[in-house]
Design a protein around this ligand. Structure first.
Ligand code: GTP
Ligand code: MG
Length: 357
């Protein structure tokens, strides 16, 4: 299962209590206080892990807890501190705090039933961005564990040689958070369903996306890595097909466009042969429109046209029309299925977004 948005409740461990105790031993009268400190509670730490590519582990464990520290004990024994809970998340995850979502503020369905937390719609204006994991290995302290309390051994003084006071451990931090995954790729493939985006990713990289002759084959995004000469590389993201009205939730909607928001360049893939009875020029215009409706920033991103399916009849006539309609936009004519003219596209991508390593 692919999960790219999830709401979690994180509870760090509390600190253990300090202990109040007195040394009692044969031949040691008035042994004095010997209660040890409580251990610190575990913190919850998020870590960007390149081995993880979805948030699915949090879907199955939406309440994340770290253990509490142990209480202090007599004979000056300290309570054991609890280990931190490290939660691996994919690189490209954004973490937001949900300030208003709390159990004392339950939202209700129309019939008065309480709405489970994970079914509530998140209103973007409530979100406060805490961290953007754009680098592998980065860590973020989500909830600090509580501190252990102090045992009575710390309270002795010349005036009070038998103190009974001790302090309790403090509770761990707790909060509700919203995690959203935005894949990080250098280039993104956009276009109508069946334009051949997944086929193209499959021939450009070692990725094996599902390809089939029906629309909306791709249901969630996938990233492939392209290798260029000289140890250079670039990552390319394939996302589900877009159609006119996607901003109104037609088709699969346009929510998944967040995965290409960070791409440095976009490849608009069209079926140049119009093999499904549509016109590639119209298709390209519609997709440009949908991109702008999702995020004006996406519409300003550098882009290129990839005229696919040039092995089919009808493509020849459409190519010049695409060039005329979008002057100044790079146009590469290919056939992903026949693997023809891919070299030009690879060169283009290397020049645009290729980077060492
Ligand atoms: N003739 C021809 N067919 C192609 C070419 N590229 C892809 N196809 C076919 O077009 C169909 C759709 O290909 P996909 O790669 O699944 O298309 P997609 O754009 O990923 O589609 P969605 O995931 O549904 O958005 C498949 O039957 C492919 O074999 C091409 O260059 N020439
Ligand atoms: Mg696809």
């Amino acid at each position: 299962m692919f999960v790219d948005q999830i709401r979690i409740h994180a509870i760090a461990g509390s600190g253990g209590n300090g202990c109040s105790s007195f040394r009692r031993e044969k031949f040691v009268p008035l042994g004095g206080p010997d209660g040890g400190d409580g251990g610190d509670g575990g913190s919850i730490i998020l870590r960007a892990d390149p081995q993880v590519d979805t948030l699915v582990n949090l879907y199955y464990e939406p309440i994340v807890r770290a253990k509490s520290g142990a209480n202090g004990m007599g004979k000056q024994k300290y309570g054991r501190a609890a280990p931190d809970k490290i939660v691996p998340v994919p690189v490209g995850t954004l973490v937001y705090r949900l300030p208003d979502v709390a159990p004392h503020n339950p939202l209700k369905f129309d019939d008065g039933e309480e709405m489970p937390l994970r079914r509530r719609k998140v209103d973007p204006k409530d979100l406060e961005l805490l961290v953007d994991f754009n680098e592998a290995g980065a860590e973020f302290l989500l909830c600090q564990g509580g501190r252990g309390g102090r045992g009575n051994i710390h309270f002795k003084s010349s005036r009070n040689r038998a103190p009974r006071q001790y302090t309790e451990g403090t509770p761990g931090e707790e909060g509700w958070f919203f995690l959203e995954l935005r894949m990080i790729a250098d280039a993104g493939l956009v276009g109508y369903p069946n334009a051949g985006k997944s086929t193209l990713l499959g021939v450009l990289s070692a990725a094996h996306p599902k390809v089939a002759a029906y629309p909306f084959t791709t249901l969630h995004p996938m990233v492939g890595v392209m290798d260029f000469p000289g140890f250079r590389r670039a990552t390319v993201a394939d996302i589900p097909g877009l159609i006119e009205g996607a901003h109104l939730d037609v088709g699969l909607g346009h929510d998944f466009l967040r995965h290409i928001v960070r791409c440095r360049t976009l490849l608009l893939v069209v079926d140049a042969a119009g093999s499904e009875g549509r016109d590639p020029v119209e298709d390209a215009k519609k997709i440009r429109e949908e991109l702008g409706l999702y995020d004006p920033l996406l519409a300003r991103r550098p882009w290129a046209l990839v005229a696919n399916k040039t092995d089919l009849p009808g493509a020849e006539e459409n190519l010049p029309r695409l060039g005329q309609e979008f002057p100044g936009i790079p146009l590469v004519a290919i056939s992903a299925r026949q693997k023809s003219n891919l070299e030009e596209l690879r060169k283009f991508l290397d020049a645009e977004v290729g980077h060492p390593g």
